[in-house]
Ligand binder design. Structure first.
Ligand code: ZN
Length: 152
C-alpha cells in the first residue's frame, strides 16, 4: 500500500471511530433517510437550511446499522457541506460520484474514498450519505435506497 493509501485509511478509521456531526438535529428544516440494503447501512440525515446555506447538519445511524465506510463517509460529507449553499453541496456530490466512477479525485478529505472504487460492492456504502443529502436538499421526503439509485 502506498503512503497516500495509508493516509486515506487513517482518515476513514478516524471518522468511523469518532464521527463528526453525529447527532440528531431537532432544529432541522430538512430530513431524509437512506438505506443501503446491500450492506445493511441505514442513515437518518438532518439538515438545517438558513437562507441560502446549510448552517447545521447531523446524522444518526441506528446501532449496528452502519459499516465503517458508510459512517466515515457520512461524517466527512457533513464536514464538507456545512456552511455551503445547496448548489455547492450538490457540486461536491457530483465530484464525489465522479471519483467513485473512476474520474478525478474529489477535493479535500473526500479524496480518502478514492480507493473505494476498487471495491464495487462498497461504493454504495460510500455514496449513501450523499444520496440522503441530495434527497434532503430536494425535499422529496421519500426515503432513498441505493438500489433505486440509477448510478453511484
Ligand atoms: Zn456499508
Amino acid at each position: 500500500m502506498t503512503d497516500l493509501g495509508e493516509l486515506y485509511q487513517q482518515v476513514i478509521l478516524d471518522h468511523n471511530r469518532s464521527p463528526r456531526n453525529f447527532k440528531r438535529l431537532d432544529s432541522a428544516t430538512r430530513r431524509a433517510e437512506g438505506n443501503n440494503p446491500l450492506c445493511g447501512d441505514r442513515i437518518q440525515l438532518y439538515v438545517q437550511l438558513d437562507g441560502d446555506h446549510i448552517s447545521d447538519i447531523g446524522f444518526q445511524m441506528p446501532q449496528g446499522s452502519g459499516c465503517a465506510i458508510s459512517k466515515a463517509s457520512a461524517s466527512l460529507m457533513t464536514e464538507a457541506v456545512k456552511g455551503k449553499t445547496p448548489a455547492d453541496a450538490e457540486a461536491l456530490f457530483q465530484a464525489f460520484r465522479d471519483m467513485l466512477a473512476g474520474g478525478a479525485t474529489a477535493p479535500g478529505k473526500l479524496a480518502a474514498f478514492s480507493g473505494v472504487r476498487a471495491f464495487p460492492s462498497r461504493i454504495k456504502c460510500a455514496s449513501l450519505a450523499w444520496h440522503a443529502l441530495h434527497a434532503a436538499l430536494q425535499n422529496t421526503g421519500d426515503p432513498v435506497t441505493t438500489e433505486s439509485a440509477k448510478d453511484f
